[in-house]
Design a protein around this ligand. Structure first.
Ligand code: DGY
Length: 332
């Protein structure tokens, strides 16, 4: 019997490609080119499955041009690049990679927040430019992290992992805003307190964004929200570009409306707004929050497990471990 055909849309670890080749005829992308929409549609012709990343948009146009497609498996926990209702309506299984990246992403979020608060990148650039000539009492004074109020917008798995670091490691007071409140047994070990969004903005010394991106969270942080924050506060975004209005943030940072920011994600990435690039009080990183060797390998393997199971192979045949649409039409 012919093996099912799959597209692996971006370069991934060779050992994970080898695993996929045991089950599938694989079209890989060793040059790691980013396919535009038309090329993605063309390359999916005749394929039953795809392993994607956030750079491939799987929408109704892609699905209608490829009615043979049965599974799309994202190597990311976020899946705003999928039109999930369109997948479900066409019986296409869609999966993501939750859990395996939670702690690594939380580590990075904490590092970014600390770098912004303690002005690590700004002071390092100063030193490298040869401008450090003497110690002085107010050189690069920043904001304390220990004992401060940590505000978290979006309290899913990664938000809770950041909250644990803050409360248990740094003695921070944790407040959060989320559509739903955590059960008391999850709130109490870290002393986390649900507050409304206005209180979160007003009270947080360090605000961290970890909510999913969608129409409802587009520009959740814009000029009006930034105006409600403390002037001494920092803002960290490791969720998705588009949650923050980058132009409004650049203005707020330039005018010292807030003290500093740490950004791992951007509107229109990989392009970064020039107003942000020009500022010294923002730490900018290229969407690498989950980028430890072990975690990226675990993400690739989980995406492969999902694809193998979704196309009816392997020990989990028919039961992909992280299915997003549990009852797609015609998938049973
Ligand atoms: C994720 O997993 O969603 C990360 O942002 C990588 O895309």
């Amino acid at each position: 019997m012919d093996k099912p055909r799959v597209l692996v849309a971006r370069a991934i670890f060779p050992q994970v490609l080898d695993r996929l080749r045991e089950h599938f005829e694989v079209e890989a992308n060793p040059d790691d080119r980013i396919y535009d929409h038309a090329e993605l549609i063309r390359r999916l012709q005749g394929k039953q499955g795809a392993l994607t990343t956030g750079s491939e948009r799987i929408d109704a146009e892609v699905l209608d041009a490829n009615p043979q497609l049965r599974a799309v498996c994202n190597m990311a926990v976020g899946y705003n690049n999928f039109d999930l209702p369109a997948c479900t309506a066409r019986g296409v299984l869609a999966t993501n990679t939750p859990d395996v990246l939670t702690e690594t992403t939380a580590d990075f979020g904490f590092a970014l927040m600390m770098a912004a608060a303690r002005r690590i990148c700004e002071s390092e650039h100063f030193l490298r430019r040869g401008e450090w000539t003497r110690w002085s009492y107010d050189m690069f004074v920043g904001a304390d992290v220990h004992g401060a109020t940590l505000g978290i917008l979006g309290m899913g798995r990664i938000g809770q992992a950041i909250a644990r670091r803050g409360a248990l490691g740094f003695g921070m007071r944790v407040i959060y805003h989320n559509r739903s409140r955590l059960p008391a047994e999850q709130e109490s070990p870290i002393g986390a307190r649900w507050v409304d969004k206005a209180a979160l903005l007003r009270e947080a010394d360090h605000l961290v964004l970890v909510l999913p991106y969608g129409a409802q969270s587009h520009h959740a942080i814009g000029a009006a929200e930034l105006a409600q924050m403390k002037r001494s506060a920092t803002l960290t975004n490791l969720a998705r570009g588009g949650i923050v209005d980058d132009v409004a943030l650049a203005t707020a940072l330039r005018d010292r409306r807030i003290a500093a920011a740490g950004l791992d994600v951007f509107e229109n990435e990989p392009r970064v707004h020039p107003d942000l690039l020009a500022l010294s009080n923002v730490v900018l990183t290229p969407h690498i929050a989950s980028a430890s060797v072990a975690t990226r390998l675990a993400m690739a393997n989980l995406a492969a497990d999902n694809l193998i199971a979704a196309l009816g192979c392997g020990p989990d045949a028919g039961r992909p471990p992280s299915l997003l649409n549990p009852q797609p039409r015609g998938a049973d």
